[in-house]
Ligand binder design. Structure first.
Ligand code: PLP
Length: 463
């Protein structure tokens, strides 16, 4: 399989090259040159496979010859062996029509583990084969940093440096990063905001001399290798609910559009995914885009669901590419106008293409809290605020009552204990395997919000 850029000016790459590159040289995002196809017959033959077996079947054609099947199987087995549920992503029924897909059984209790547990191992394998080492640099407001640390800790071919804003993550999120003792993990607490952390990381990547000297690499959510493993749980769900033949609707709490784009990819590969609901919090750029046809940047509003507090939905560019019939020139012009004018307008054809398959809902803070309360009263289950945004969107979609609706549960409620306790009166508890998280010693270096200081720290560590 070859990977091509949504902006059409970068070299075609194999899977392993796209993995290490992340962003394409022309500023675009890598997508597969064509969508592998699974027929109804292929889908029926997948019934009864374990999660790891299914993952191999779905991802093999996307990886192509870049990694041999025996190695890929071993990496998949190891990645999903780190989950604390045998089904890896179990489905829980809420009522006759509604299900929750629990994506939080990995090491850091949020859905990013599903992709990163595999991506960390893929990085390590590809780099070791090439006899290369890299230093991975990540800015985080909480979830991505901990998932990346748990994916890279103890690996041979990479160190990881994670910048978080000092005092601005939840205690659980911070401790999931700082209590990791492996020597290749470095936590830096920046005196500033998440935006400051992101600005520092971007500046280091743009600082050519430092970037080369420190052999910097990224793992952010625009990397194709982070999208690919998410396709698998859509197959897993549709197979479980109707043997792969019955259509299913999905409601997906959305920020950077990676998770819901994986649903679209599954659909393009032949899976009967019906409607996809883009569930957003007050940061509603996508809900506005679907309503008006104009993609227009706004300000970032802090919410109860912080992992969806974004201004730009980076992976939307991949859908835009498809909605424009893979016309890279048009995508380049539209994305190019964002920095200057802060907006672009979808062509009528692209707008129809998107609204024909996706619906979008904005869920405000009061509705989010109310949804946590309501789900608790109806089912006795506590859901986290991100999941609540998804459930509230699912309730608003009142069409097709005969089609199952699956809401993605993207984080464990104990990861966001304060709003969950406020809404249900009970403080959600961490699963037993995390029992000592609040007692373990922490490792973290506070640094000033200064490029030179952070670069000097990293240089000293990688000597
Ligand atoms: C990252 C994240 C999301 C948003 O996923 P995208 O792929 O960025 O749309 C939703 N919920 C949680 C808990 C997350 O960590």
């Amino acid at each position: 399989m070859k990977y091509i850029s949504t902006r059409g000016q970068a070299r075609e790459l194999d899977f392993d090259q796209a993995l290490l590159a992340g962003l394409a040289e022309d500023g675009g995002l890598y997508v597969p040159q064509f969508w592998p196809q699974f027929s109804a017959h292929d889908l029926s033959a997948m019934a009864g496979l374990s999660y790891a077996e299914l993952a191999l079947r779905v991802m093999q054609p996307l990886v192509g010859t870049a990694i041999d099947p025996t190695t890929l199987k071993r990496l998949i087995d190891e990645a999903y062996g780190s989950f604390d549920h045998v089904a890896v992503t179990p489905l829980v029924q809420l009522d006759h029509q509604n299900w929750l897909l629990e994506l939080f059984h990995g090491p850091t209790l949020a859905f990013k583990d599903v992709a990163l547990q595999l991506v960390g191992r893929l990085f390590d394998h590809v780099l070791t084969q090439r006899k290369e080492r890299v230093n991975i640099l990540v800015a985080t407001s909480g979830d991505t940093g901990s998932a990346a640390i748990h994916a890279i800790k103890g690996r041979e071919a990479a160190n990881i440096f994670v910048l978080h804003p000092r005092g601005r993550t939840s205690e659980i999120q911070r401790r999931q990063m700082t209590t990791v003792q492996e020597a290749n993990v470095h936590n830096i607490a920046i005196e500033g905001t998440f935006d400051d952390c992101q600005t520092l990381v971007k500046a280091m990547f743009n600082h050519g001399y430092f970037r080369a000297r420190a052999r910097l690499s990224g793992m952010n959510s625009i990397n194709w290798a982070r999208v690919m493993p998410q396709i698998v749980y859509y197959f897993h769900t549709v197979l479980a609910l109707g043997g792969g033949l019955r259509p299913v609707n999905f409601s997906v709490p959305t920020g950077n559009f990676g998770d819901i784009y994986a649903a679209y990819a599954a659909k393009r590969m032949g899976l009967p995914v019906n409607r996809m609901l883009i569930a957003t919090n007050n940061n509603d750029i996508l809900a506005r885009t679907l309503a008006t046809g104009e993609y227009k940047l706004g300000e970032v509003h802090p919410t109860l669901s912080p992992s969806m507090d974004i201004q730009v939905s980076s992976n939307f560019e991949r859908l835009l590419f498809e909605a424009n019939s893979r016309d890279a020139e048009r995508v380049t012009a539209q994305m190019g106008s964002l920095p200057q004018s802060g907006s672009f307008t979808l062509s009528p054809g692209a707008h129809d293409y998107i609204t024909g398959q996706f619906s979008a809902y904005r869920v405000d803070e009061a509705t989010t809290l109310n949804e946590i309360t309501r789900t608790f009263k109806e089912t006795g289950m506590q859901i986290d605020p991100h999941t609540a945004v998804g459930r509230a969107a699912a309730r608003r979609y009142t069409h097709e009552p005969q089609i199952p609706m699956v809401t993605l549960a993207t984080a464990h409620p104990a990861k966001f204990p304060d709003p969950v306790e406020k809404a249900t009166g009970i403080r959600p508890q961490l699963p037993p395997r995390y029992g000592d998280l609040l007692r373990l010693p922490e490792r973290c270096t506070p640094l000033a919000n200064e490029l030179a200081t952070v670069e000097a720290f990293i240089e000293a560590k990688i000597q």
